[in-house]
Design a protein around this ligand. Sequence first.
Ligand code: NAP
Length: 260
Amino acid sequence: MTQRPLALVTGASSGIGAVFSRKLAERGYDLLLVARDGERLATLASELATFGAGATAVSADLTTDEGLAIAEHAMRAAGRLDLLVNNAGFGTTGSFAATPLAQQDAMLRLHVTAVNRLTHAALQLMKPVRRGGIITVSSVASFVNSAGNVNYCATKAWQRSFSEGLSLELEPLGIRVQALCPGFTHTEFHQRMAFDQKKSAPPWMWLDAATVVETSLRQYENGGPVICIPGAQYRILVFLARHIPLWIKRRLSQRVYTRE
Ligand SMILES: NC(=O)c1ccc[n+]([C@@H]2O[C@H](COP(=O)([O-])OP(=O)(O)OC[C@H]3O[C@@H](n4cnc5c(N)ncnc54)[C@H](OP(=O)(O)O)[C@@H]3O)[C@@H](O)[C@H]2O)c1
């Protein structure tokens, strides 16, 4: 009997990560489900068993060294990995100086250090067999800077740049890399930030997580480009963001996002 492929998804307990886990299980993957909330992961693992997937809940806080060691150990113990989905993330509200430093530091650890360490660990398993893939959930925020979102934009830009650079090294080995850059997506992300969804963006800007993940997986499976931007409206906005003069972008961002 052929072995099922194995994927590790971080932030699998809700939103985009939970949808990735379900869609990968439907596609025949076994899963390592990583997040802090072990109970939610265990419930998801039982649900995925209905697709015949072997799913293991790995409870870990990826902002800590201990949590990262737990996730790395889960990978090494499996001894193989076909896909890593670096998805865990969060946002903050308020200016850099007005938010607690610990929160800003946790964002750097989750969006940068965790992605760096888990990707490195994954590649130790993928490179010898010259097979596998890394999808990192960045954001359209990676293409802009915005007042009130300083480190969010900066860390998402790091994820995108990291993925683009990594693809240059890994493409010749047959290992695929994608930076998924969604816009506003209905998940728990904005609730956790106590951010009013209705006021934050007009309805045409909202995507559903199933569309975001399906677009990502199709592009990944078809060997598409490194950057994946779900939704025509966001492909147009990113094009504009890359081409309008910097001083207009600065004015807009300060007017739209500054809340203090
Ligand atoms: N929703 C959007 O509008 C949007 C747009 C662009 C990009 N994104 C990106 O999409 C990714 C997924 O977010 P989402 O929208 O699906 O939000 P979500 O529903 O809030 O999910 C976030 C996930 O990350 C996990 N997580 C948070 N902190 C963690 C930590 N310290 N250690 C381990 N896991 C942690 C959460 O699980 P636990 O609480 O159980 O740990 C949860 O599973 C993020 O990287 C986000 O930046 C979202």
